[in-house]
Design a protein around this ligand. Structure first.
Ligand code: GLN
Length: 306
């Protein structure tokens, strides 16, 4: 077993960076098309608090769907197991914004990480919190240790202007009775949530609690129970990469979550979290270089949950 993570990560970074820069920026959200496609950063945080990074790891990017893990954590904490009456825990095998399976499953999304599932989670948070938008931001500020974290109006507005599929998803789910609030209110919150920006360093710190049995790395404070943390990790492993979730488990072997901003966060329970960012995406909407880097890290460290 080789535990020299820093060397391994550096080698993985250099190797992935030298690859033909395949992939395409997400252009369906206009603001994301303006990002420099050559950006590439990685940051690893160990559960003992030590951390290191390289490349553009201190530059902020749009975390997009990675936020869905944090909204799930908050909703699960509040609602408990009743949550699963509204959203299932099965891989979808479809693209992140697919409407396909909602008809067959009567408005119950396959899992909380496809857009439909995250939209239902937003609806649940709105029903249970005084001000979901403010309270969610407070939750993420606490997890990340970034007291002045805000939503990015520029990114949220850009997506609000063009997010037709998400509007369709929310209305379709409402037609089955699985959205309780007004669709435009739910969608505004959903787009805000996706607009959060963080650096790789901040992201790897934020996800520390999921590598640490539900407890904050800095002070051991309990965020969610061990069992909830285990289940969220299981969902990341089986559903974190849409119809490429099997491939990620196969090649990387860690729970993880991607976003169309080109970020990926993955974690090795009781060991480390790692966040990587490279904006060019493969056809499944996952960061091309990010996937490669993580594959190299787990291959050469010979450490994965398997
Ligand atoms: N905000 C994006 C959307 O709703 C999130 C998608 C993603 O990161 N996969 O389309």
């Amino acid at each position: 077993m080789n535990s020299n993570y820093q060397n391994i990560t550096e080698n993985a970074y250099n190797l992935s960076n030298s690859l033909d820069s395949k992939g395409k920026l997400a252009t369906y959200i206009p603001e994301l098309a303006n990002v420099d496609p050559s950006k590439f950063g990685v940051h690893m945080t160990k559960v003992d608090g030590t951390h290191f990074g390289m490349g553009d790891h201190l530059e902020k990017f749009s975390i997009q769907s990675i936020t869905k893990v944090l909204s799930l954590a908050l909703a699960y904490k509040i609602v408990g197991e009743k949550l699963w009456d509204r959203v299932d825990v099965e891989p979808s095998g479809t693209k992140f914004d697919s409407l396909l399976l909602l008809e067959s499953y009567k408005g119950i999304p396959r899992n909380p990480f496809v857009n439909s599932g995250a939209i239902v989670i937003c609806d649940i948070l709105i029903s249970h919190l005084d001000n979901a938008s403010v309270d969610f931001l407070e939750f993420v500020r606490d997890l990340s240790g970034i007291p002045d974290l805000t939503y990015s109006d520029q990114i949220a507005d850009s997506e609000k202007a063009t997010g037709y599929r998400n509007v369709a998803l929310c209305n379709f789910i409402k037609s089955f009775g699985n959205i309780q609030n007004e669709p435009n209110v739910v969608l505004d919150f959903y787009f805000d949530m996706c607009s959060i920006e963080m650096t790789c360093q901040q992201l790897s710190h934020t996800f520390g609690f999921l590598a640490n049995g539900g407890r904050q790395l800095v002070d051991g404070r309990k965020i969610i129970s061990k069992s909830k943390s285990k289940r969220i990790n299981a969902l990341m492993l089986t559903c974190g990469f849409y119809d490429e979730s099997g491939e990620f488990a196969f090649k990387v072997g860690l729970p993880g979550k991607s976003g169309v901003g080109g970020g990926i966060v993955a974690l090795y329970p009781h060991n480390y979290t790692i966040a990587v960012w490279s904006p060019k995406l493969n056809p499944n909407g996952n960061s091309f270089k990010g996937m490669k880097l993580l594959e190299e890290v787990t291959t050469h460290s010979e450490l994965s949950i398997f």
